[in-house]
Design a protein around this ligand. Structure first.
Ligand SMILES: [Zn+2]
Length: 633
C-alpha cells in the first residue's frame, strides 16, 4: 500500500540526514577553505603524473590522508605504492614529514608558527602492468586516464563533502579530454575547473588522449549526455553508425527504465587502448570505461564488450544514488561493509544485460546466449557447495583479482553473474504475481526514480529493499533472498529462466557470446565438456572443474598444455579430438608440463562438444523476449 511506502520513504530520508552520507549536501558555517590542486599530465606518455597542491593550514600538527577505500572498487585499492616524490614546503622552506607507523595511507607534518599555506608536490607512477582497477595500467603514448584520488592528500577529520578543491589540469600538447567536471576557464595550456568537494573530485576522473572525439547522445533527454572517446589511433574512433545509435538508445531506454535521473548531465568516458587495463568504474555523473583499442571497429570485440557502458550507466541509479549503507562513507579511509553487493552489482548486471538488449547493442538472440553462458557457468561451479553467495559479497575485497586457477572451487565475485539469474527470477515472479500488470521496471521506477535532479545519495538497508519490492508485488521477499543468497545453494538459481519460458540446454552448436569472449580473451573454454579452460596465448590451463573428466584424469590447473593425442595442441586439434572421441573408446590423451615435469593425462570423455543455449518451452509464456525487447524504438 502507498501510505506504508510513504512512511518508509520518510524514515529513509531522516536516516540520510542523520548519517550525513557521502555526497549529500552539508551546510557549512562559513565558506570552507579551498585547496588548489593542479595535475600535470605532460609526462603521461613516460608514465609519470605530477601534482601540486596548495592547502590552507594552521600552525601545529596536521594529519593528511591518501584515499584508501575507493567507491566502486569495493576494497582498499588506493594506489599508495605508486605515490612518490612527496614534498611539503611553506614559504619556500621544506617541511619534514612522517608516515604513520601502522596506517600506510596517513602522513603527519608539523606546520611552523606563522604559516597559513602548505605547498605539496607529489608524483604518481601509473603502472604498466596490470593492477586492480584504477591502480592498473592507465597510460600509453597517446592516452591517459587520471583518477584524482591517486594524486591528492586530504586533511583528516572532515567529511569529504566539506573539503573543497579547485582543480586544474595540464595536458600534453594537442590532446583532448573528457570529464564530468565543469570547465571554468583556460590560462595558457592550463584548464581550470569549477570548485568541487573532495567527494565530487574523486568521483570525476579525466580521460585524455591524442585522438579524441565527442558524440552527443542526448536525444530527447532533458539534460546533456555525451560520449567522450579517446584512443591510441584515429581509426579506433571510427564508430559504426548503428553502434552510435544504440548508445543513444541506451540513454533513452535507461531513463525510460528508471523514470528519472540523478545527475545534472552525464558523460560516458571511453578510453580505447590495448595498453590500458580494461574495466569500467561507475561515477555519479560519468563513467570511466576502458576497452581495447579496436573495440568500436571490430564486431566481435564490440559484441564481447557491449555490456560495459550499460552496466556503468545503470550504476548512476543503483550504486551512486541508491547505495547500501555499508558502502556509504564520508571519507576514504573507513572500510566498507560489502554484503549488499548482490544488489549493487548483481542487480546492475541484470539491468545492464537487459539494457544492452533493449538498446540494440545486442540482438535479443545474442542476449539469450549471454544469459545461457552465465547460467551454465554458475551451474558448473563446485565452489557453491561450500560457499554461500553472501560470502562472495562479504569477501569481495579479497576475491577481486584472485587467480583463475581454482576459481570454480574457490568461487570469485560470483554476485555479478548470479545477480543476473536471481534478479531475472524476481522480474518473472513480479510479472506472475501481478498477472502481467507489473514488472521489475516498476520497482526500478519507485526505488531508483523519484524526482530528477542533482547528484545525491539515498542509502538503504536490506529491509528497505525487501519492503520496496513488497509494494510492487506482495511476496515473502526476505525468505526468497535469504534462501538464495544467505545459505549454501549447490544448484544455480535457474527459476528465472524456466519462469520466463525457456530452459538451459547444451548442444554442439557454438554459443555466440561465449565464442566472442573466447576470441577476445584468447582462451578456449571446455568447462562444459572436458571440464577445463586453457589460454590460447600462453597454453596455460586456466582452471579445472572438480568432478569433471579432466579432473578425474588428474589435469593440474596452472600447468601448460603441450599436446593432444600425440600432436602439438591447437584449439582446432583439441576440438577435433573431442569430436573424434565420440566414436572411440580410448580416452583423449593430453601431454602437459607441470612445473618442469611432463606427464600424460587421460581424459575419458565421449559426449562431444557441449555449449550452453536457451531452448524455448512452448508450454509457458515467453517472458524473456518481452523483457529483452526495446520499450521505445
Ligand atoms: Zn559494477
Amino acid at each position: 500500500m502507498k501510505p506504508m511506502y510513504r512512511s518508509l520513504r520518510i524514515a529513509t530520508i531522516l536516516a540520510m540526514l542523520v548519517a550525513l552520507p557521502f555526497e549529500s549536501a552539508v551546510v557549512a558555517q562559513e565558506p570552507p577553505a579551498v585547496i588548489d590542486i593542479h595535475v600535470d599530465l605532460s609526462d603521461a606518455p613516460r608514465r609519470i603524473f605530477h601534482a601540486r597542491l596548495s592547502m590552507p593550514v594552521q600552525p601545529g600538527s596536521l594529519d593528511l590522508l591518501y584515499p584508501k577505500w575507493l567507491p566502486g572498487e569495493h576494497g582498499p585499492t588506493g594506489p599508495i605504492t605508486d605515490l612518490v616524490g612527496l614534498n611539503f614546503s611553506a614559504d619556500g622552506k621544506t617541511i619534514s614529514w612522517r608516515r604513520d607507523p601502522q596506517e600506510m595511507f596517513a602522513f603527519q607534518v608539523n606546520i611552523p608558527a606563522g604559516v597559513t599555506q602548505l605547498d605539496i608536490k607529489l608524483d604518481y607512477l601509473p603502472p604498466s602492468a596490470s593492477g586492480q582497477f584504477t591502480a592498473g595500467a592507465a597510460t600509453s603514448d597517446r592516452v591517459a586516464v587520471m583518477s584524482w584520488n591517486a594524486l591528492l592528500l586530504y586533511p583528516a577529520g572532515k567529511s569529504a563533502h566539506e573539503i573543497m578543491y579547485r582543480p586544474s589540469l595540464t595536458l600534453p600538447a594537442g590532446w583532448g579530454f573528457g570529464t564530468a567536471l565543469v570547465e571554468s576557464r583556460r590560462e595558457g595550456d592550463e584548464i581550470h575547473f569549477a570548485t568541487v568537494s573532495l567527494a565530487t573530485l574523486v568521483d570525476s576522473p579525466v580521460s585524455a588522449g591524442a585522438h579524441h572525439r565527442v558524440l552527443d547522445l542526448t536525444g530527447k533527454a532533458a539534460v546533456r549526455h555525451r560520449l567522450h572517446l579517446v584512443a591510441d589511433s584515429e581509426e579506433a574512433l571510427d564508430i559504426k553508425p548503428e553502434t552510435e545509435q544504440a548508445f543513444r538508445n541506451l540513454v533513452a531506454e535507461g531513463i525510460a527504465l528508471f523514470g528519472s535521473y540523478h545527475y545534472s548531465k552525464y558523460d560516458f568516458l571511453l578510453t580505447l587502448s590495448d595498453h590500458v587495463q580494461s574495466f569500467g568504474l561507475e561515477h555519479h555523473e560519468s563513467s570511466d570505461n576502458r576497452l581495447p583499442e579496436r573495440t568500436l571497429v571490430e564486431e566481435v570485440r564490440m559484441n564481447s564488450r557491449a555490456g560495459l557502458l550499460p552496466h556503468e550507466f545503470v550504476h548512476s541509479w543503483n550504486a551512486k544514488y541508491r547505495r547500501p549503507e555499508g558502502l556509504t562513507r564520508d571519507n576514504f579511509q573507513t572500510p566498507y561493509q560489502t554484503d549488499l553487493l548482490w544488489v549493487y552489482e548483481g542487480l546492475t548486471s541484470y539491468l545492464g544485460l537487459v539494457l544492452t538488449s533493449r538498446s540494440g547493442l545486442w540482438t535479443p538472440e545474442y542476449a539469450q546466449d549471454a544469459l545461457a553462458r552465465i547460467a551454465a557457468r554458475l551451474s558448473n561451479r563446485p565452489g557453491r557447495t561450500w560457499r554461500p553467495l553472501i560470502d562472495t559479497t562479504r569477501a569481495a575485497q579479497i576475491l577481486f583479482g584472485s587467480p583463475s586457477a581454482g576459481s570454480s572451487w574457490r568461487r570469485g565475485v560470483d554476485f555479478y553473474d548470479e545477480g543476473v539469474l536471481i534478479w531475472l527470477e524476481v522480474d518473472t515472479l513480479i510479472r506472475q504475481l501481478s498477472k502481467g500488470r507489473r514488472s521489475l521496471d516498476d520497482f526500478c521506477r519507485t526505488f531508483f526514480g523519484g524526482e530528477s535532479g542533482l547528484a545525491t545519495v539515498a542509502p538503504y538497508a536490506y529491509a528497505d529493499l525487501v519492503a520496496a519490492l513488497a509494494e510492487v508485488a506482495a511476496h515473502d521477499w526476505k525468505g526468497f533472498f535469504d534462501s538464495r543468497i544467505y545459505s549454501v545453494q549447490a544448484e544455480a538459481p535457474l527459476n528465472g529462466i524456466t519462469n520466463s519460458g525457456w530452459r538451459l540446454v547444451y548442444t554442439g552448436e557454438p554459443n555466440l557470446a561465449q565464442q566472442d569472449r573466447e576470441e577476445t580473451r584468447e582462451l578456449l573454454n571446455l568447462s562444459f565438456s572436458l571440464g577445463f579452460s586453457v589460454s590460447t596465448k600462453d597454453n596455460r590451463v586456466l582452471d579445472v572443474l572438480p568432478g569433471s573428466p579432466a579432473a578425474a584424469g588428474g589435469l593440474p590447473a596452472a600447468s601448460t598444455l603441450v599436446a593432444v593425442n600425440g600432436r602439438r595442441w591447437t584449439p582446432e586439434i583439441l576440438q577435433q579430438a573431442i569430436v573424434d572421441a565420440q566414436q572411440a573408446n580410448e580416452p583423449i590423451r593430453l601431454l602437459v608440463e607441470n612445473a618442469e615435469f611432463f606427464s600424460e593425462v587421460l581424459v575419458d570423455y565421449h559426449a562431444g562438444k557441449r555449449h550452453p543455449h536457451l531452448e524455448r518451452n512452448d508450454r509457458k509464456h515467453d517472458l524473456l523476449s518481452k523483457i529483452l525487447a526495446p520499450r521505445l524504438h
